[in-house]
Design a binder for this molecule. Structure first.
Ligand code: HPA
Length: 270
């Protein structure tokens, strides 16, 4: 595993600026965030040694080398979901590569269903914390001490200072920003009304099929993480309607300029 990771990182090292410290994952329907990026290079995942390849509609599968907020960044256009059949090691492989490349900050976005009764479709939720309901843990198996400790603390998986700055930037710019707990589930089904209700009862504000594995591995590897959900549908009893992947993409697309602005402004403060 470490050998492959090193080969991937060495291959990429020659292609990205040495001072790149910011990684970004562009989630479902958020591929357009790339428009805010000054793109210098697009590297298809298929060309990267040992990299998994993305399959789902709406996920292009490129590593973008460029600048955002005046800083060099490495962005994933398309991520790997557990429901696609990837193992947890594959889902989180790019995060390990970022770690080996010296990335220090990770920005993550996703589309999610909202259980919180005060949420509206199109809201942006800053993830304060998560509940991991995936059936397999990304750190299961032999631990490599070079990558992180065996039993990682999770009391602040989402960086407190970055969250404080984000909240302040949203307030100053009149951007409505919700806060909450993200529940990560395996999918690929959306939730039944009873499941949305259960997720609300156990402390969730939004639910989705990604992010949690990547954030766990990022935190294990010492990356400071900031993550956002775009609320694309509601799992609020009495307001539940049928949801399709297209609805999710459309709602995400409408909210993304605001999210792009927030991410860019936070990056400027780094
Ligand atoms: N549930 C799970 N994942 C999702 C949802 C949802 O309601 N919306 C977007 N991704």
């Amino acid at each position: 595993m470490l050998k492959n990771l090193r080969e991937t990182a060495d291959w990429l090292k020659a292609k990205i600026p040495a001072n790149t410290e910011i990684g970004v994952i562009l989630g479902t329907g958020l591929g357009d965030l790339v428009k805010s990026i000054k793109v210098e290079k697009e590297i298809p995942y298929a060309e990267i040694p040992h990299f998994p390849v993305s399959t789902v509609q709406g996920h292009s599968g490129n590593l973008i080398v460029g600048q955002l907020g005046g800083k060099p960044i490495l962005a994933m256009q398309g991520r790997f979901h557990f429901y696609e059949g990837y193992s947890m090691k594959e889902v989180t492989y790019p995060i390990r590569v970022m770690q080996l490349l010296g990335i220090r900050y990770l920005f993550v976005s996703n589309a999610a269903g909202g259980m919180n009764g005060s949420f509206e479709i199109g809201d942006i939720m800053l993830i304060d914390d998560h509940i991991n309901l995936f059936p397999e843990h990304p750190l299961r198996g032999k631990n490599d001490e070079e990558l992180g400790v065996r039993f990682p603390d999770m009391s602040e998986a989402y960086d407190r200072e970055l969250r404080r700055r984000t909240t302040e930037i949203a307030r100053r710019n009149n951007i409505k920003l919700q806060h909450g707990v993200y529940i990560g589930t395996q999918g690929p089904t959306f939730e039944t009304p009873a499941e949305y209700n259960y997720f609300k009862i156990i402390g969730g504000d939004a639910v989705g099929m990604s992010t949690v594995p990547e954030v766990i591995v990022a935190h294990h590897g010492g990356l400071r993480t900031l993550a956002f959900s775009i609320i694309t549908d509601l799992g609020v009893l009495g307001r539940i309607v049928e949801v399709t992947h297209e609805d999710v993409q459309k709602a995400a697309a409408e909210a993304q300029p605001k999210l792009a602005f927030l991410i860019e402004e936070v990056i400027k403060t780094l």
